[in-house]
Structure formats: C-alpha cells, structure tokens
Design a protein around this ligand. Structure first.
Ligand SMILES: O=P(O)(O)O[C@H]1[C@H](O)[C@@H](O)[C@H](O)[C@H](O)[C@@H]1O
Ligand SMILES: [Mg+2]
Ligand SMILES: [Mg+2]
Length: 291
C-alpha cells in the first residue's frame, strides 16, 4: 500500500461523515455571514464541518498540520511547510449551499514537502466522490477518470467561476476574459459554482478546461491533483508553473489548450494566499459602507 493510502482512506471516511451533516443542513434555512464581499458567504455549517473534519484528523494524526478555509478566516496563519498538511474547504460552493443549488463539495487535499500526495472532492448532493493519489490515477466513485485530451481550443467546453469579487476591475477582467474566449470561438462556458467540482469536470472529460482568478488554495488543491492524475494539465494563468498559493489557475485537457488559454486570459491583481499569513481570506466586507 502506498505510504499515504491509509491517510487518504481516513480522509474519505471523514468526508463521508461530513457529507451527512451538510445534507441535513442543506434543506434548512441558514443564517448567512459575509466575508470579503456581499457574495462571499459563510454559514455556521461551514464552520462546524471544518471543526469536525480537523478534530477527527487531529485525533488520528496529532502531528499533522492544517490549512482550513474557515480557520484562516478566523485568523489562523496560512503557512504551508514541509510537514504533512491537510488543506480543507469544508463547503466549496457556500453560495450554492445557501440557495439550495445542488452543487456543494467538501475538498480535502494532503501535502507533504509542499507536494500534494492525495486529493478528495466530495460533491455531496450528487454523491460523487472524486479522489486521486499522486502517481496512482484519478477516480470517481472508484471508477477511473480520464480527461478528454482535446487539443483544439475551438472544440472546447470551458468551465470557470465569477467568484466573489464585485469591484469594477475584477468584474471587467472576468467578463473580458469570457468575451475573448467566446470570440476564439470556444464551444461554450459553464460555471457550477464550486471551483473544486468545476475542475473535477475537466478530469471526467465532460469539460475540456477550467480557469479561475481569485480562488484560494483550499478551493483547488485537491482537484488540481485529480485533473493531473486523469491525464490533464494544470498551469498558472500566465502560462507558467501552477502554484496553489497564487490564486490563479488553468486546468485543461492538454498542454496545447492550456497554453492557448493562457494567451487570452488576463488576471486581476489579488494577494497570494501566503503573502500575509494572518490575513489571507480575512478581508471583512463592511456592510455599513459597502466595502
Ligand atoms: O467560498 P467557497 O468555499 O464556497 O468557494 C467558492 C468561492 O467563494 C467563490 O468565490 C469561487 O468562485 C468558487 O465558487 C469557490 O468554490
Ligand atoms: Mg471554496
Ligand atoms: Mg468553502
């Protein structure tokens, strides 16, 4: 058994327990809190599920480290060291969760020496468990996954996210990117509302590429490995090497498509996740004066 398989199996078991909590809460009315913008939401369920996941893992692996979306939002430092580290998004797609739009995922990645060893993305309502262990392939509910391998961008269906940013520069950049991709032309644009599931759709071959600017490491660390292990490629929007802390990503069916997309896509400035370890994800939207 590969060195981290036991950890991955434990992570999957914890994700299955967390899914039950999320499904119970999915049907109920939720109290919504704002984070960095009026579209960046968090609920008590996000916080409770993250605490549950971390406490279960910490009990079994007391020396491991954690980067959790809601722990960072509460002020914990965001630092990825060489130690075994679990990178957790307890509910990816919180806006969907609040609206009962049926695409919400748990994303759990595990990194050692800053290299992702396995990734788990559980699309809770669909009951689709995506998993990948480095060098051992990608799976959906245990069935092997293969990216489409498409190399012609005019034959691509592209997935992206509009994200939580609502400032003019971000919105203009995002809509200009969509316009410029459609003018190539590509076949179409889709957005599921959870970065983790968006990227896993590239691993299934159902989408041929995904790009995003502004997401965080916990949104995509797991699904980036799922894409790679399904034969896809993951790079930065500038065409360079993928860096999970850079808040910019292209995942694609082939390097040709990824590089072609990098020629079109512009990024708006956003601080790296690890730029200010105690601030990442911590911008608080002030409802009083709207920013
Ligand atoms: O906050 P959660 O964990 O729901 O993550 C989502 C981000 O909030 C969006 O901005 C982003 O666009 C993606 O939808 C991402 O999944
Ligand atoms: Mg997320
Ligand atoms: Mg989340």
């Amino acid at each position: 058994m590969a060195q981290w398989t036991e950890c991955m199996n434990f992570g999957i078991a914890v994700a299955r327990q967390a899914r039950e909590v999320i499904l119970d809460a999915f049907k109920t009315q939720k109290a919504v809190m704002l984070k960095s913008s009026p579209a960046d939401l968090v609920t008590e369920t996000d916080q409770r599920v993250e605490k549950m996941i971390i406490s279960a893992i910490r009990q079994k692996y007391p020396t491991h480290k954690f980067i959790g979306e809601e722990s960072v939002a509460a002020g914990e430092r965001l630092v990825l060291t060489d130690s075994p580290t679990w990178i957790i998004d307890p509910i990816d797609g919180t806006v969907n969760f609040v609206h009962r739009f049926p695409f919400v995922a748990i994303s759990i990645a595990f990194a050692v020496n800053q290299q992702t060893e396995f990734g788990i993305v559980y699309s809770c309502v669909e009951d689709k468990l995506y998993s990948a262990q480095r060098g051992k392939g990608a799976f959906l509910n245990g069935v092997p996954l293969y990216a489409s391998g498409q190399e012609d961008i005019t034959k691509c269906l592209v997935v992206t996210e509009i994200g939580a940013e609502r400032d003019d520069l971000a919105l203009t950049t995002m809509t200009t990117n969509i316009l410029n991709l459609l003018k190539i032309p590509i076949r179409g644009i889709r957005a599921v509302g959870t970065a983790a599931v968006d990227m896993c759709l590239v691993a299934t071959g159902g989408a041929d590429a995904y790009y995003h600017i502004g997401m965080h490491c916990w949104d995509i660390a797991a699904s980036a490995l799922v894409v790679r292990e399904a034969g896809g490629v993951v790079i930065d929007t500038n065409g360079g090497e993928f860096d999970m802390m850079s808040r910019k990503v292209i995942a694609a069916s082939s390097l040709a498509v990824a590089k072609r997309m990098a020629q079109v896509i512009q990024a708006f400035p956003c601080a790296r996740d690890d730029e200010n370890p105690t601030k990442a994800g911590n911008d608080v939207y002030n409802t009083a004066n709207g920013h």
